[in-house]
Design a protein. Structure first.
Length: 441
């Protein structure tokens, strides 16, 4: 009788074992232990100063306004901003490239016509990025297009056109302006500009187009107390793992920070630093607008704008972008450009080389009035000098020359005249004409 039930009992036991195995396996899969909550890992704050926008960085340094009867101009930031704010209300339509390039003679003839406003930029501006400042209604702006002169022309019928000209290459783009209030635009550009200072054309070459103030200029000499950002904050922002970075003194005025790949050299006297990440090197020519945006994003990422800087140069083959220190809308130069310029070489998805000051202009201690000669007097002095061929001069402009008083920890900004020749800005000195070249490197 017992043997009769052995096989069914085996089957039932086997089934129970299978069910228990399934239940046990399921409980393992679905088991969630009660862990203690994980505290978030402390992150290093890499925000050094502030971020800047394209509108704040890409600004003209001079405006000229031709009317039927006069030539007016200004290098004052507030006066230039009046025109920029009005133009920000416009829409630019029917945007097209000109059928022909413009040589220097044609550019001069074009700019010298009445009813024109010309904005001068230090560097060649990638056209696509300017769409964030002036509303250009075209989706496919040429990526390679750049300009350094922006010209607005108008007629008595309130028809406005805007021209983007690269005076080095002769490239020329133009579009039609749509304004919600043409009368106001005409008033701002044509009528209010009559209150600007008188300017005068100077030059001995038929291709030169240089306009300077006719009268002496009054500016302020400014003295600032020196403040600085600790280099360790740049270490935290620029190295992949700040904790792996070693710091070592080089001499009394230099020290180095480095890991197995990158290195940052600090000049403690000049208050400058140079960061290099060789693994990021990129050899192909860059698209100018993308290069500018990559560099801007990289600096904004660590809030690297410690003072008022502006875009001044771009090199697509070297992946190089430069920004220059400005005070009250005027560029600041010095004996050593590394003290007044921020220079970035952008590589593969990151900064390859980064040279910049780490001081900041702290409290304004003093400011004194300084009268400078008229631009026409400066031009005449240069024309009659044997130190320079004036035909090589592209522009004459105001600026500041910075002296660093290391003992008193002061920065003194001295108003000066500067001239642009062969791509380099030079300080004008009537006593020892020629000055020191402080331009693009």
């Amino acid at each position: 009788m017992g043997l009769k039930y052995i096989e069914p009992i085996k089957s039932i036991v086997l089934l129970l074992l299978v069910l228990l195995s399934i239940a046990f396996t399921f409980s393992i899969w679905t088991y969630t232990p009660n862990y203690d909550p994980i505290e978030p890992t402390a992150t290093v704050d890499t925000s050094i100063a502030k971020q800047l926008s394209i509108r704040e960085l890409v600004k003209p340094y001079k405006v000229l306004v031709h009317s039927e009867t006069a030539l007016k101009g200004s290098m004052e930031e507030k006066e230039i901003d009046v025109f920029l704010n009005e133009m920000a209300r416009w829409r630019v339509t029917e945007f097209t490239p000109s059928s022909q390039k413009m040589d220097q003679k044609k550019i001069k003839e074009f700019l010298n016509q009445p009813n024109r406003l010309t904005l001068y930029f230090q560097g060649t501006v990638p056209l696509p990025i300017y769409d964030t400042i002036l509303n250009i209604e075209r989706q496919d702006l040429p990526e390679e297009a750049t300009f350094d002169r922006l010209v607005v022309e108008w007629t008595a019928e309130n028809n406005f056109k805007v021209h983007f000209i690269n005076h080095l290459t002769g490239d020329h783009f133009l579009g039609k302006v749509i304004s919600e209030d043409y009368i106001r635009s005409f008033k701002v550009l044509a009528l209010d500009s009559k209150e600007l200072p008188d300017y005068e054309m100077v030059g001995i070459d038929e291709n030169q187009y240089i306009a300077v103030p006719s009268n002496p200029v009054m500016l302020k000499e400014k003295t600032f107390f020196q403040q600085e950002v600790s280099p360790t904050r740049f270490r935290n922002a620029l190295f992949n793992d700040p904790n792996a970075v070693r710091r070592s003194p080089v001499d009394s005025n230099h020290e180095e920070y480095g890991d197995n790949v990158a290195k940052m050299t600090v000049d403690t006297e000049k208050k400058t630093l140079n960061f290099v990440h060789p693994d990021a090197q990129y050899t192909e020519p860059a698209d100018p607008s993308e290069l500018f945006k990559d560099v801007l994003d990289s600096i904004n990422e660590h809030g690297g704008w410690t003072d008022a800087y502006r875009f001044s140069y771009i090199g697509i083959h070297s992946h190089y972008v430069k920004f220059q220190l400005f005070i009250d809308g005027l560029p600041v130069h010095s004996d050593s450009s590394e003290m007044t310029d921020m220079k970035v070489n952008y590589g593969v998805n990151r900064i390859e080389q980064y040279s910049r000051p780490y001081y900041t202009l702290d409290e304004l201690l003093t400011e004194d009035d300084v009268e400078l000669s008229s631009g026409t007097d400066v031009a005449q002095t240069m024309m009659h000098s044997n130190e320079l061929e004036f035909k090589n001069v592209d522009d004459i402009a105001l600026g500041y020359f910075m002296r660093h008083d290391t003992e008193r920890q002061l920065y003194i900004m001295e108003p000066e005249w500067f001239y642009l020749a062969k791509g380099k800005w030079n300080r004008f000195s009537p006593e020892q004409f020629g000055g020191e070249q402080i331009g693009l490197e």
